[in-house]
Design a protein around this ligand. Sequence first.
Ligand SMILES: [Zn+2]
Ligand SMILES: [Zn+2]
Length: 528
Amino acid sequence: MAGGGRDASPRGDLVFALWEPPLTELHGEKGAPVRRTATAETADLLTDLAVQGVRSVAFVRSRRGAELISVIAQERLSEVDRSLARRVAAYRGGYLPEERRALERALHSGELLGLAATTALELGVDVSGLDAVIIAGYPGTRASLWQQAGRAGRSGQGALAVLVARDDPLDTYLVHHPEALFRQPVESTVLDPDNPYVLAPHLCAAAAELPLTDEDLALFGPAAEELLPQLEAAKLLRRRTRAWHWTRRERAADLTDIRGEGGTPVQIVEEGTGRLLGTVDASAAHTTVHEGAVHLHQGRTYLVRHLDLEDSVALVEEAVPPYSTTARDTTAISILETDVEVPWGEGRLCYGSVEVTNQVVSFLRRKLITGEVLGETKLELPPRTLRTRAVWWTVTEDQLDAARVGPEILGGALHAAEHASIGMLPLFATCDRWDIGGVSVPLHPDTLLPTVFVYDGHPGGAGFAERAFHTAREWLTATRQAIASCECEAGCPSCIQSPKCGNGNEPLHKRGAVRLLSVLLRDAGVGA
Ligand SMILES: [Zn+2]
Ligand SMILES: [Zn+2]
């Protein structure tokens, strides 16, 4: 393997390697240095392993990433041997259950040598006898890291697990601080057990394994009892004799709509044939299957012709566009209630309820390899609102003066601190698959001050923002460190640029963010 890899401590028969993709010759946004992507590196590793006949699974964070990795690996393999290309595939949520079962069988029998999978593969699927596991990007918790790595290994044989770092603040931090991964106990889960959006899927998954008795219910907390009639009404669970049973034929983990987030999943249908390709969660439909979006499914590319929100259908057509698409959105946030407020010098650290209003307004078409922007297209989609929990901090004029952050760089400094803090949060607040979001404003109408919000992307909050509030000092200190120690000049994806930014990473001010956080944290030591 070439590049900037670092080996870490072996764990029994398992060799665990941390892998930082090398820098390329390219320049990114605002001349930032560009690393090879974790996607490209993972595809290369999967290809090399398949050529050697090594059975591997690559765990990938996004559905799109899983599709891309399998396509790239298939292309590379077909150059070596045509028959090999068919032995690598993608696996993700949103496939039809029959398709997923067929892939699981093929992996089990050895017909498939390599699979690029999202965590949809984790739950309840028996994957044993793998020789190698590649983890493309830190999965959010040490628990899932070890769970995924643990899929590699047959008795009496050595196995390999590789964590390929993505170009973001957290992965970069971990590759350079392996002790954060290897010398820490596995964290406890912080999901808020009283939140129905969190509890419902847990109850269903548990009942699908073994009918739930009253004694079992006690383990799920007091909210479980109230939720059961709703799950019964939704025809998910049924009470028979003394226990609650799972009533569906699908596995609970396959159902995307248990959480009840934002309504019916959108069906992806091929125009012309009427064939159902798969589904996408309602909450993700605006950003992923809007009109003009590029959709990937098992190595084929489709263009979305029409998104019908009323009937929850996206009509797609097979095509080979020389670009990918990224949605752009605007987000506004209002404070509904402040639960706790802690003075940090003159500034404030707060936790409470917020309403987030998000609207996808356009999408960019980017060249496939270089990411160069080819053009932007406006979209007319309705705004979506989310009531959730958030942590936020404010600073005053005096603090801005002390940090030498003037009005011309204020927006950029706040925005940069917001991005980096979102990037670092999974290290402190155990978060696996539910997104968090952020908003930064030079003058927020509710606080009347410069304010940075970080919110749970889950209706009602999943305990994530609360945890951020309680570890705020450590969390923002690590954030400051990650930005200050990054070798780039004015910001890069390893520190303050975010691939998820709905604002195209504008404006950002790296040094302003470091100075602002320094003042805030200095005052936190005094105030709290
Ligand atoms: Zn940087
Ligand atoms: Zn942003």
